[in-house]
Design a protein around this ligand. Structure first.
Ligand SMILES: [Zn+2]
Ligand SMILES: [Zn+2]
Length: 440
């Protein structure tokens, strides 16, 4: 008897890169085996034979793709391994497959992950060095002329790196659903983190209480994520599809399920998904990934269940529901007020933001000062000074949507800083309009 083979409703591309030769340490949760069970599950379910599901090899990202996004100290070449270039290249390949209409949707199931990597990079933090979504976004803008993009980060950890990179970008709506930062790494992602001075209200954090399950995720999706996507009208919706909200994940405290992930994907309906975390390599990842793939392809997901799945285990208390309702309301208020803040930007103003960034893998801190140089015609350029681990990075970033005056002002400031450069200091001009990365 031949097995019934469904046909994908939406042609969907998969890029699978388990990075077998790369890990932080052999016993580290972000290790080679993470995607082996997923690969087996894909084979077992016969997805390779489904009409309309296509497999693509990742490409190698170029250093220019990395340098368009990050300011790496001492350099991207010194910090990144080939696996990082392939992981970022896998995300880029997914974007290319969608933009060039090889498929309608694509999912980059790659590692190492990226969403904790910030604008300045001095090493590995939260298992991430290169922010693969951000690299994909700026690649899409540079090579395909895409402007407005929404990223919904559904990893259990706050996507602090992605937030940091796009903090002052009103053409990027960043929504992060995560376990409350008071209870989990990286300890950020509160609702008052709502965007830089030119993009207030375009960063939306939804810090959820530990123990949140299907009900809570449906609530924030229906009440916040979908209405915001509707209002923002992005050209593309991306999903940082971390799967560590799963009830079996060893690093987190949530109660989410494979069914939940499949429904979440169906609702958000992302054009491109990029895998982030997920450390329950046998109990969760094979099922959550399968649920997401089937949902993207428009196939039936009702049979995607963990062997020990029992919905009675995941009933939420009225107290928790009330808490989540409050979080939803705050998010809606922040987004609704976004236009008021937009008009507050005046010529010549500068806003200074200081932060300490901790690199947990090697254990050192970086002190950073960022100056937002505001402009009435564009989001303005930024100047950043960051020092740690014996390196001093002094960078000038011109965003892709900058006006020509800001581009010139950044060049002039870079030239002045290069002249005054200290002995351990690296001065960088990162101009995304001209696609230049110049370092002195
Ligand atoms: Zn995570
Ligand atoms: Zn400007």
């Amino acid at each position: 008897m031949t097995k019934y083979m469904p046909r994908a409703v939406r042609k969907t591309g998969l890029i699978l890169f388990p990075a077998f030769d790369w890990c932080i340490t052999p016993s580290h949760p972000e290790r080679e085996e993470r995607l082996l069970y997923t690969r087996d599950q894909i084979v077992e379910e016969g997805l390779e034979d489904v009409d309309g599901i296509e497999f693509f090899n990742p490409e190698l990202a170029e250093y220019a793709d990395i340098d368009r996004v990050h300011l790496c100290a001492p350099s991207s070449k010194a910090l990144l391994t080939e696996s990082h270039l392939i992981s970022a290249g896998g995300a880029i390949r997914a974007a290319k497959a969608v933009m060039e209409k090889e498929v309608e949707r694509a999912f980059a199931i790659v590692r190492p992950p990226g969403h904790h990597a910030m604008q300045t990079v001095f090493g590995d933090r939260g298992f991430c060095i290169a922010n693969i979504e951000a690299i994909m976004v700026e690649h899409l803008r540079r090579h395909y002329g895409v402007r407005r993009i929404a990223i919904v980060d559904t990893d259990c950890h706050h996507g602090d790196g992605t937030q940091d990179i796009f903090y002052n970008d009103p053409d990027l709506l960043f929504i992060s659903l995560h376990q409350d930062g008071r209870t989990l790494y990286p300890g950020s992602g509160f609702q008052n983190e709502a965007g830089g001075p030119a993009a207030q209200g375009y960063t939306i954090n939804l810090p959820l209480p530990p123990g949140t399950g299907e009900e809570g995720f449906s609530m924030v999706t229906d009440r916040v994520v979908l209405p915001l996507l509707d209002a923002f009208k992005p050209e593309l919706v991306l999903n940082s599809a971390g799967q560590d909200n799963h009830y079996s994940d060893p690093l987190t405290n949530m109660n989410f399920t494979a069914q939940g992930y499949a429904r979440l994907n169906k609702a958000i309906n992302p054009d491109i998904c990029v895998l982030e975390g997920g450390y329950s390599i046998e109990g969760a990842l094979p099922y959550t990934n399968l649920g997401i793939i089937l949902a993207m392809a428009g196939l039936d997901t009702s049979n995607v269940r963990e062997p020990d799945y029992d919905p009675r285990r995941f009933v939420q208390s009225a107290l928790m529901n009330g808490q989540i309702e409050g979080i939803c309301q705050n998010a809606l208020d922040i987004f609704a007020a976004r236009k008021k803040w937009d008009t507050g930007v005046r010529r010549g103003e500068e806003v200074v933001e200081r932060k300490s960034i901790y690199y947990d893998t090697t254990g050192f801190g970086v002190d950073q000062v960022r100056h937002y140089k505001l402009c009435p015609d564009c989001p303005g350029y930024t100047e950043v000074e960051a020092s740690g681990a014996g390196e001093l990075m002094h960078g000038f970033t011109v965003p892709f949507n900058a006006c020509s005056k800001c581009q010139q002002a950044a060049r002039d400031a870079f030239a002045r800083a290069a002249k005054a450069k200290g002995p351990r200091e690296q001065v960088v001009l990162q101009d995304r309009v001209a696609d230049i990365y110049e370092t002195v």
